[in-house]
Design a protein around this ligand. Structure first.
Ligand SMILES: Cc1cc2nc3c(=O)[nH]c(=O)nc-3n(C[C@H](O)[C@H](O)[C@H](O)COP(=O)(O)O)c2cc1C
Length: 199
């Protein structure tokens, strides 16, 4: 069990090429359930998972994200985070969620102190669950960069996000479009992430 869990952690990598097939409902439920079981500050459990499978909705989100980024200018302050997104959007070929058939949006209360931390705990659980289930997944940050954008907010409210919520992360998920159909599971050396033992 310990070996399995650590192996799933060590072999988790981002998938950015997906087959068009919809993810089987019971697999998707398992991933979402893993997100729901993540730790939460004071057990508030205020994450709100919008599991988007509707292709027309996904296309509309792709178009809105592209058109909103295209309206922005790259500045020294935003360049490192969204400079690439702005540049590609202005060219008109920006598909922020890649071609995944499912996007899980993680929203949380905008005025709750642990909103980002709770959303990220759920994200990592879902990434690990996806790997355990042979699904490909990738953390997708663009809706978080646009979390207070009025156009995106209007559409997300239409989809069921509450007025007092913002998006903190999202996850593209699907079957990996790889020759073996599996996610990349190379175990790589990690640079950075310094460790200091005291005692
Ligand atoms: C907070 C955060 C935001 C990320 N945003 C994106 C993103 O918007 N698009 C993307 O393709 N990958 C995104 N990633 C994935 C990272 O690029 C990826 O995890 C990292 O390069 C390590 O590669 P690996 O996941 O294959 O091990 C994000 C990861 C994190 C933790």
């Amino acid at each position: 069990m310990e070996k399995d869990a650590l192996h799933v952690i060590a072999t988790r990598h981002s998938t950015r090429k997906f087959k068009p097939e919809m993810v089987e409902a019971d697999l998707l439920d398992k991933v979402v359930e893993a997100g729901r079981r993540a730790p939460s500050g004071k057990s508030k459990n205020t994450n709100h998972f919008l599991v988007i499978r509707d292709a027309a909705v996904l296309d509309k989100l792709v178009n809105l994200v592209q058109s909103e980024f295209a309206k922005m200018e790259i500045t020294p302050e935003n360049e490192a985070n969204i400079g690439g997104a702005i540049k590609l959007s202005k060219k008109g070929n920006y598909v922020f969620k890649y071609n995944a058939p499912v996007l899980i949006v993680v929203a949380n209360k905008k005025d709750y102190g642990n909103n980002m931390a709770d959303a990220c705990a759920a994200m990592e659980n879902m990434l690990l669950a996806a790997n355990a289930l042979d699904l490909g997944a990738c953390w997708i940050n663009q809706l978080r960069w646009l979390q207070d954008n009025p156009v995106l907010l209007d559409y997300l409210h239409e989809l069921g996000m509450a007025e007092d919520e913002w998006v903190f992360a999202s996850l593209s998920i699907g079957y990996p479009d790889m020759p073996d159909g599996l996610p990349n599971r190379n175990i790589v050396n990690i640079r950075g992430n310094e460790v200091t033992y005291i005692g």
